[in-house]
Write a protein that binds this ligand. Sequence first.
Ligand code: GAP
Length: 441
Amino acid sequence: MAEPTVDPALFDKIVNLCKRRGFVFPSAEIYGGFRSTYDYGPIGVLMLRNVKDQWWRSMVQLRDDVVGIDAAILSPPAIWEASGHLATFTDPLVDCRHCGARHRQDKLDDPDVCPTCGTRGTFTEPRQFNLMFKTHAGPVEDEGSVAYLRPETAQGIFVNFSNVVNTTRKKPPFGIAQIGKSFRNEITPGNFVFRTREFEQMEMEYFVPPDEGPRWYDYWCGERFQWYVDLGMPAERLRLRAHEPDELSHYSSGTSDIEFLFPWGWDELEGIAQRTDFDLRRHAEHSGERLDWFDQASGERYLPHVVEPAAGATRTMMAFLMAAYDEEEVRGETRVVLHLHPRLAPFKVAVLPLSKKPELTEPARALASGLRRAFMCDYDETQAIGRRYRRQDELGTPFCVTFDFESVDDGRVTVRERDSMDQDRVAIDEVESYLRERLEV
Ligand code: GAP
């Protein structure tokens, strides 16, 4: 099957839309911005929350075998010593002697040519650069107060393995899920929120009997792929790619990435890794605590093996925006619309009175405050109705409810569906149930 094509201009269109409509702003913009960091605006914060909520719903809420935690971000060196991150969580860094630019050697198209100035043979020898952010906890900045910002949420799960086992009735196979910020001092952040130094991860460690690792790895590759498809990502813009042996992380015996076709080509959304018993074994050795599992039925004691689906929330949100973006000709004008799955849409509905006259705005506001109890609902009484529809299309709002002069007399409103632009007249007291039936939320 031919690979789908992606509009090369899509990247700039998404960056512009994000700024214009309040999804994502460059951080510290009034001071000129700050090194590839971003702030999520009033619309972006809703969508990012929806992405995380959908992950949590499928990974925790709908399952009997997964529980959640929320571990600390600041962490002692002992964790990263044991996990191997202090020794091996590095990227090869090269400097161009001609222009001074720094690059990740393993990401260069040609390892001898500087992509910034185009000169050949000017790179320094590669240095291994550790990606962890180091800080100090407390007022004294000495070796004893060193702390790290976590570069992955996973270790907070491993070090709580016994706490979770002792406080729940879970036994292998079972999982521990976590969503939260992670930090990496990336050498070359870029492509908007694709690679940033501060980002959010959605990770789950699934603990299984040692001989069941490969089976659960296949299972989680399938489950996770389907999650994106169920939320409206076209399957032809996704692929599962197994890592080559030289790509594997220090803890992994096998990893597959779920990749999305971005405007710059296929790139990673999520990795599913077989972490074997690497982490529990290392933490048991370094802490002196027993982290094995005693299976009462068989009388066996073993260190569980781990299968880990690890996704990026911020990166995934951008991919959903790119997959949903569309431009259509409508009556001689271009309409920009986000065909977002209703579960991901920032607002589920917008209430738009046709005029600013109180006879319309008062009942329209009352309708909006009623709907807000059920869904995220926007209310907008500014500008011409056509422009308000366009704005909601660009936010991906699945339904707009227009309150007009007839509504005052007949108690009905016009409900317009985003994708088809079809309109229905619906009794005001039936709008909520009408939306519920159609929104799948
Ligand atoms: N615990 C395993 C782990 O952290 P990873 O492949 O390094 O694995 C998992 O990260 C996911 O986190 C990636 O697939 C990506 O979506 C996201 N991610 C990693 N580094 C990122 C960065 N610098 N900016 C944004 N997202 C990132």
